[in-house]
Structures are given as structure tokens and as C-alpha cells.
Design a protein around this ligand. Structure first.
Ligand SMILES: *[C@@H]1O[C@H](CO)[C@@H](O)[C@H](O)[C@H]1NC(C)=O
Ligand SMILES: *[C@@H]1O[C@H](CO)[C@@H](O)[C@H](O)[C@H]1NC(C)=O
Ligand SMILES: *[C@@H]1O[C@H](CO)[C@@H](O)[C@H](O)[C@H]1NC(C)=O
Ligand SMILES: *[C@@H]1O[C@H](CO)[C@@H](O)[C@H](O)[C@H]1NC(C)=O
Ligand SMILES: *[C@@H]1O[C@H](CO)[C@@H](O)[C@H](O)[C@H]1NC(C)=O
Ligand SMILES: *[C@@H]1O[C@H](CO)[C@@H](O)[C@H](O)[C@H]1NC(C)=O
Ligand SMILES: [Cu+2]
Length: 531
């Protein structure tokens, strides 16, 4: 009985959030530029009849963008989302989601009136069943087509402004890989046929809010996929690491015994196919990544260019970043000096805070260190280590916010590189989220990091106590159910994961076993200064 219930939870497909809602990908929607789907609960657009929200015009801030990309009107990501939609759902109260069918981060329950609080933990502190459950969730996401989202496989121009929609199905894991590709992909500069890097999520102040939102949405998606509403992404604390201690078959996959660049066949992830890695091919054919599998996940930790990245970040490096008082500075890009964001991202020295084009440090250092799929910006989210890495980067952002208590105004309102101003809507998310909304303590967004909790005296009183009080009313039942549930789910997921994996491996004929990558795969933009 219990197992049956769990199975249903595991395989049900509730409403979720992320990118182009399937319900808005029709020619009617695109031509009318309206994305206000009905909420299932009452059938009205944006749940209007239930007071959840309403369909509203999109208002863009007219604060000027920085001088880095002075051209306009050539790229669908500019003035997001108005190339595609100029009306979307605006949700009231604690409601959120593309049709207001969801809750804001930190809220839950059918009417979004219950507080939710998640704690992200060190992956090494997870019990074996918890860790196996995490791996099983990743596998499940990689094998489940997103019920709610599709990806555009053409530009709005190629879609003739919507009269010829071009969208494709994608699995839930790859949906996020694709979003990371799309936000950082190159653009064709006018008619000059020069591909230029315009990045709506890196090398500028939006870097930290964007990846923060990315992880929150990823967690939400996994929660809805698995019915495990307490799921939180674990982090990898890489301070002072001498090697990749999560690069083992028990965790994120060990190295292949014979073939460098590949993962051990005993790992869950050796059967994973990557997408969005052939950037030169897309550029030369003027197409977007369409989610087609492109080969195995590549990783060769520690085999990187030591001249650019001599070492992994130390505790002292992190402490230096945290001591920087300015969130952003100067040109607000990869040349910014003494900018917390630029130093943590890794374009400035963690010893001096001065921009240094010859080195990849901090966040960038980890990407370079992995020497494979992780090292190329646009395809890096293919490697699930991306999630653990960015969770830790986000925890450093959180420490900085708690130490310096910045006002909203500290996040630049104007003159940041395109897409990075405070009020800009982040590409490519629908529903809409602003950069500035994530420049606030994670506690306001309903989550924390286990290693930051102890050091915070106000935490228990403000966040845990009300939560416990609420829980204590039903605790005897809840505790028992949670324990049994956790054990059973873990066991079940382990089984499901292994079944999926071995099934997948059996299907692979010998000649389709992962081959060595072609040289091409390693060409494109790396996590280093592109000056
Ligand atoms: C939104 O786009 C539609 C279709 O192009 C247009 O008719 C309408 O005037 C636009 N509305 C606003 C507020 O820009
Ligand atoms: C949002 O949730 C909080 C916490 O449970 C609750 O106090 C508040 O009334 C909710 N707001 C609305 C508008 O429902
Ligand atoms: C949610 O709100 C609706 C409409 O206000 C109400 O009828 C329903 O009882 C509420 N459900 C819960 C679980 O609070
Ligand atoms: C698409 O819309 C843009 C701006 O409204 C217009 O300039 C362009 O001609 C349209 N393209 C097509 C193929 O209709
Ligand atoms: C891996 O490292 C070597 C140098 O050791 C470098 O030439 C190569 O470009 C790196 N590959 C990737 C994908 O980072
Ligand atoms: C950053 O500092 C270096 C060294 O002092 C200097 O050469 C450079 O011009 C500074 N960059 C900016 C944007 O001010
Ligand atoms: Cu990124």
C-alpha cells in the first residue's frame, strides 16, 4: 500500500515551473504575444477566478544598459520576454508560476499559506540512502520528458514571429542544461557574421541572482517530479580540496579506468548523453541547440591547464571574497576590480581583487579544473557536479549578504551589461523574475545552508521555531510517516534508479558505447577571460 502510494508520487506529473510553457507555445499565443494559461483548479487564465492572479502587460524598466553591447533588436533575449510575449500572469500574494498554479519560494500548501523551509546539506553529510536517493532523482529527471515546458529550437525570426512555431520536447534535467546554454549563447552581431559572446547570466552582477534562481527552480522541479517536497540540492564544499573528492562512483562518477575524459562504467552518469555542446556547429549553421544527444559526459579532473588555474580555491580565498565590501564595481563586467561578484566568479584575483585575464580563479577554477563538459560555459550544466558546485557558490553569496546586509539599492539599477540591471527580467525564465528579487537572504526565499545555520543566533528563533510549532501539532504522526517514507522512498528510488540505469546500459549496443570526443568538443569558450 505504502509502496503503491510512493510509486504514484514518484511517477505523477504535477504543474511545475521553468521555461517556455507548453501551453504558450502555440501560434495563437505567439502571434497575440500572450502567455496567460488557465490554472487547472478553476480553468481561468492565471487562476483569476480564485484570486490567484491575472493576465497583465509586461512592463520593462527603461534603465539604460552598460556600453558592452550597444546594439539592440538582434537577439531574442534582449528586453526579455517581450520578443515572445508582452502579456504574462501576474500572481498575487504567495502565488507564483506561469499560470499562478504554484507558490512563491518558501511557501507551500494548496493555498500557498504554509511556510516551507529547506536546508541544503553537504553531500558528504548525506546518509547512504539519502545520497542514493539524490542520484536516483537525477536519473529520473534525465528520463522524464518535461510535462509543462518545451524548448524553442528556432529564433523568433526563424519562427516568422510565431506563425511557424518551432518547439521541442525535452527531459527535465536537460531543460535546465538548455536554459543555461540559451542564456549564455553567442549572438550574431548584426550582419557582420561575427559571433559575439553576450552573456545574460555571467560576467556581470546578475551572475549570482541568476544561478540562485536556477537552483531554486531545479529543486522545485525535482520536488514536483518525485513528490518529495523536502528535497534540497546538496552542495560540494571545495575549499582547500586537493582533488575532486566527489568524483567517485559512489557520488558523481569516478574516472574511466582506461579512457581519459570518460566516466567509469560503474557510475550512473557514464550512460548520460550531453546536449548543447557543439557551439561552433550551431553558429556556423545559424541554429539553436535543439536538445539532440551529442555524446557522453566528459570529465578529467585535475588534467587542466595549470598555468591558468594553479590551484583550487582555499578557505582564505573565500574569506578574502567575503571581505570585499562592494558587490559590484567599475564596468560591472569581467574587468571589474574589487567587486565581490567578479572575484567570486573568478575573473579577479582572490588575493587582491584585481581583474586578471590570465587566470581562472574561484568559481571559474572549478569549471576549468574538471577539464571537460564542465569547462565550457554553455554546456557546463550537463555535468551534475554543476549543481553541487553552484550550491556552494550560492552559499558564499549568502554569507556575503549576511555579513554586509546590503540594501536593495546596492544591486546596480542601471548601466550593468544588458540583462543584468536590477529590474531586468532574467532570461529565459517564464514566469518572470527580476535580478534584484534574489539579492536578499536565502531565508526570505525559504532555504538555508546547514553549515551557515549554527553560526546564526537569530536563526532558531526566527525560522525554526515557528516551523517546529506548526509541525508539532501533527508531529507524532508526521515523524513516523516521514521516517518510514524516507526509508522506503530511498530504497525504491535506489531500485528504480538502478533499473533505469542497467536497462539503459543493456540497450546500448557495443558500438554505441561512448567514443572518445572529437577535438571540436573542446574548442569553445572556456571559463576564463575572453579578452
Ligand atoms: C503586444 O503585442 C501584440 C501583438 O504584436 C500587439 O498587438 C499589442 O499592442 C502589444 N501590447 C503591448 C502592451 O505592447
Ligand atoms: C502567505 O503565507 C504566510 C505564511 O503562512 C501567511 O501568513 C500569509 O497570510 C500568506 N499570504 C497570503 C496573501 O495568503
Ligand atoms: C483554499 O482557498 C479556497 C478558496 O478561498 C478555500 O475554499 C479552500 O478551503 C482553501 N483550502 C485550504 C486547504 O485552505
Ligand atoms: C517580425 O516582427 C518584426 C517586428 O515586429 C518585424 O520587423 C518583422 O518584419 C517580422 N518578421 C516576419 C517574418 O514577419
Ligand atoms: C584540458 O586540459 C588541457 C591542458 O591540460 C587543455 O589543453 C584542454 O583544452 C582542456 N580541455 C577542456 C575541455 O577544458
Ligand atoms: C583595475 O586595476 C588595475 C591595476 O591597478 C588597473 O590597471 C585597471 O585599469 C583597473 N580596472 C578598472 C576597470 O579600473
Ligand atoms: Cu553558469
Amino acid at each position: 500500500m505504502f509502496l503503491a502510494v510512493l510509486c504514484c508520487l514518484l511517477w505523477s506529473f504535477p504543474i511545475s515551473s521553468g521555461h517556455f510553457p507548453r501551453a504558450c507555445a502555440s501560434s495563437e499565443n505567439l502571434l497575440a504575444k500572450e502567455c496567460c494559461p488557465p490554472w487547472k483548479g478553476d480553468g481561468s487564465p492565471c487562476g483569476r477566478l480564485s484570486g490567484r492572479g491575472s493576465c497583465q502587460d509586461v512592463h520593462l524598466s527603461n534603465a539604460p544598459s552598460g556600453p558592452q553591447f550597444p546594439f539592440r533588436g538582434v537577439d531574442d533575449r534582449e528586453a526579455w520576454p517581450t520578443v515572445f510575449y508582452n502579456r504574462t500572469c501576474q500572481c498575487s500574494g504567495n502565488f507564483s508560476g506561469f499560470n499562478c498554479g504554484n507558490c512563491k519560494f518558501g511557501f507551500g500548501g494548496p493555498n500557498c499559506t504554509e511556510k516551507r523551509f529547506l536546508v541544503r546539506r553537504n553531500i558528504h553529510d548525506l546518509s547512504a540512502p539519502e545520497k542514493d536517493r539524490f542520484l536516483a532523482y537525477l536519473t529520473l529527471a534525465k528520463h522524464t520528458i518535461s510535462p509543462d515546458y518545451v524548448i524553442p529550437i528556432g529564433t523568433s525570426d526563424q519562427m516568422k514571429n510565431g506563425s511557424m512555431p518551432m518547439f521541442a520536447d525535452i527531459n527535465i534535467y536537460d531543460l535546465f542544461v538548455w536554459m543555461h546554454y540559451y542564456v549564455s549563447r553567442d549572438t550574431l552581431l548584426g550582419r557582420s557574421e561575427v559571433w559575439t559572446d553576450i552573456d545574460f547570466a555571467h560576467e556581470a552582477p546578475g551572475f549570482l541572482p541568476w544561478h540562485r534562481l536556477f537552483l531554486l527552480l531545479w529543486e522545485q522541479e525535482i520536488q514536483e517530479l518525485t513528490g518529495d517536497e523536502n528535497f534540497a540540492v546538496p552542495y560540494w564544499d571545495w575549499r582547500d580540496a586537493e582533488s575532486c573528492d566527489i568524483c567517485t562512483d559512489e557520488y558523481m562518477g569516478g574516472p574511466h579506468p582506461a579512457i581519459p575524459n570518460l566516466l567509469s562504467p560503474a557510475s550512473f552518469f557514464s550512460s548520460w548523453q550531453i546536449i548543447c555542446s557543439r557551439l561552433e556547429e550551431y553558429n556556423s549553421h545559424q541554429v539553436l541547440c535543439d536538445g539532440t544527444p551529442e555524446g557522453p559526459l566528459l570529465r578529467n579532473p585535475g588534467n587542466h591547464d595549470k598555468a591558468k588555474t594553479p590551484r583550487l580555491p582555499s578557505s582564505a580565498d573565500v574569506e578574502f571574497c567575503l571581505s570585499l565590501t562592494q558587490y559590484e564595481s567599475d564596468s560591472m563586467d569581467r574587468a571589474a576590480n574589487l567587486s565581490f561578484r567578479n572575484t567570486l566568479e573568478g575573473f579577479a584575483s582572490p588575493l587582491t581583487g584585481i581583474a586578471d585575464a590570465s587566470q581562472s580563479s574561484m568559481h571559474n577554477a572549478l569549471h576549468i579544473y574538471m577539464n571537460g563538459t564542465m569547462s565550457q560555459v554553455q554546456g557546463s550544466a550537463n555535468d551534475p557536479i554543476f549543481l553541487l558546485h553552484h550550491a556552494f557558490v550560492d552559499s558564499i553569496f549568502e554569507q556575503w549578504l549576511r555579513r554586509h546586509h546590503p540594501l536593495q539599492e546596492v544591486y546596480p539599477e542601471a548601466n550593468a551589461p544588458i540583462g543584468h540591471n536590477r529590474e531586468a527580467y532574467m532570461v529565459p525564465f517564464i514566469p518572470l523574475y527580476r535580478n534584484g528579487d534574489f539579492f536578499t537572504s536565502s531565508k526570505d526565499l525559504g532555504y538555508d545552508y546547514s553549515y551557515l545555520q549554527e553560526s546564526d543566533p537569530g536563526f532558531f528563533q526566527n525560522y525554526v521555531e515557528p516551523y517546529l510549532e506548526q509541525a508539532s501539532r501533527i508531529w507524532p504522526w508526521l515523524l513516523g510517516a516521514a521516517l518510514v517514507g524516507a526509508l522506503l522512498t530511498a530504497a525504491l528510488c535506489g531500485i528504480v534508479g538502478r533499473l533505469l540505469c542497467s536497462h539503459k546500459r543493456k540497450q546500448l549496443p557495443e558500438e554505441r558505447q561512448p567514443l572518445l570526443p572529437e577535438k571540436d568538443d573542446c574548442h569553445s569558450l572556456l571559463y576564463q577571460s575572453r579578452l
